[in-house]
Write a new protein. Structure first.
Length: 442
């Protein structure tokens, strides 16, 4: 009897070893299922401070003792849930901004109903966004706020800033769908090749089902989306942290939301098919969203491997805006990796936070108001005096005056807790103002 072929023996050994690993991995399936069922997302504490139709405006709890005077409002796309910006504590764009001392708000559009099918740019940009911005302005006492838009939310943020430039101090755009003359990404392919008739979809469904758009995105990379990621999951099924990260992403993908048909068609026209934003021909209702108004500082955050919004679809827009303060942050990742990759959180987001911080310092003009004669100062003089304090803008000065605090001296003598309740001002802000007032009065 001849000796067995060494190669055959080696292959048999390898097969038995792989079978053993498979059996061992299968033993981890129940634990993996339990881990995936218990995973949490969007864990950063927040409260709803404004509601309209389906939308909720979230305000996040501060993470630092002091915050920048100018708050930041984050605007995400209508197609997915915004918690991709707060997916997990160690990979949260929201939390990073909070830890850098920003006062953070976020628009959660929520799921539209069939009654919302006819909502378009006019409703989302000129009504909902404008109302949210005004709430943030009023709560912060700032005339202009920082705006940060992601993907479709960035397109909307550009349109809004063009309509109301006086309300936007700094404009940040992440994977912004703005100009597809050079590279169209997946949407551009669908339009150019006639794969999808968006008007027909809108007419047929009213609110376009998320499943239709998800299918299109998944088929753009079928091997990765239907095979590759599941192979990697099984290879790492014994790694609890990997399973948790996988589960969070799968939950976000699974919880995509429908989009009003009218809004989808107008978005496609504005950014892709007609290039209305780039050509400065976009009208929101009867109002011209004039890109010549975009004189505020603008930052573009782009991903080198973004197949949905290629970098040039964002950065080419820089050529047509008048701002003389333009910055581009580029990260070697994909569309979603900008939000969730560990490298982006280690290298990219601290730089973006610094960009906003450098441009969010308020330089309140100091002015000494001299009151001639006796008696109480008039309202105008009292307001101006209060505004000499760092962080007290016109809106907050009005609130303080309505609560009976007409001067710096009045503020110095105030009780922080009772005044916070009466003037509807956060205690943390009042403590700083009262300390300043007492220093000036001493």
């Amino acid at each position: 009897m001849s000796d067995s072929d060494p190669n055959t023996l080696a292959m048999q050994g390898q097969t038995w070893e792989q079978a053993s690993e498979l059996v061992e991995a299968m033993g981890s399936v129940p634990d993996a299922n339990e881990t995936m069922a218990d995973v949490e997302v969007g864990q950063t504490p927040s409260e709803v401070v404004y509601e309209e139709n389906k939308l909720e405006l979230l305000h996040y709890e501060p993470q630092t003792d002091e915050q920048h005077d100018v708050p930041i409002l984050m605007v995400y796309a209508l197609i997915n849930r915004p918690y991709i910006l707060d997916l997990q504590p160690d990979r949260s764009v929201v939390r990073t901004f909070l830890e850098q001392g920003f006062d953070v708000y976020l628009v959660d559009w929520n799921e539209p109903s069939t009654l919302d099918a006819s909502l378009g740019f006019r409703d989302y940009v000129d009504r909902y966004m404008d109302n949210c911005v005004d709430v943030v302005r009023d709560r912060s006492g700032q005339d202009a706020v920082n705006l940060f838009g992601y993907c479709m939310g960035a397109t909307m943020s550009v349109a809004y800033s063009a309509l109301y430039p006086e309300k936007v101090r700094n404009l940040g755009l992440m994977a912004a769908a703005l100009c597809f003359h050079e590279e169209g990404g997946i949407f551009g392919q669908w339009i150019e090749e006639g794969d999808l008739d968006f008007e027909a979809m809108a007419d047929a469904f009213g609110t376009v089902p998320a499943e239709l758009l998800d299918l299109g995105f998944e088929m753009s990379e079928p091997i990765e989306n239907y095979v590759g990621k599941y192979v990697r999951f099984f290879e790492n099924i014994e790694d609890e942290e990997f399973v948790r990260n996988f589960a969070r992403m799968e939950r976000w993908i699974d919880e995509s939301i429908d989009i009003p048909g009218e809004m989808l068609v107008e978005f496609i026209d504005a950014a892709y098919r007609d290039g209305k934003l780039y050509d400065n021909e976009l009208y929101v209702g009867e109002k011209h969203a004039d890109v010549e108004n975009l004189e505020m500082p603008i930052a573009q955050v782009v991903a080198s491997y973004d197949h949905i919004v290629p970098p040039t679809a964002s950065t080419a827009f820089n050529e047509v805006v008048p701002s003389d303060d333009m910055t581009v942050f580029r990260e070697d990742t994909g569309h979603i990796g900008l939000s969730v990759s560990s490298r982006a959180h280690a290298e990219l987001w601290p730089k973006v936070c610094d960009w906003y911080a450098e441009r969010s310092q308020t330089d309140e003009e100091s002015a000494t108001i001299e009151i001639e004669g006796e008696g109480e100062p008039d309202d105008e003089a009292a307001s101006a005096e209060l505004e000499t304090l760092d962080g007290v803008g016109p809106a907050y000065a009005e609130r303080l005056r309505d609560a009976g605090v007409a001067s710096v001296a009045d503020l110095a003598a105030s009780d922080v807790v009772s005044l916070a309740d009466e003037a509807d001002v956060p205690v943390s802000r009042l403590e700083g103002w009262i300390t300043q007032a007492r220093d000036e009065s001493s």
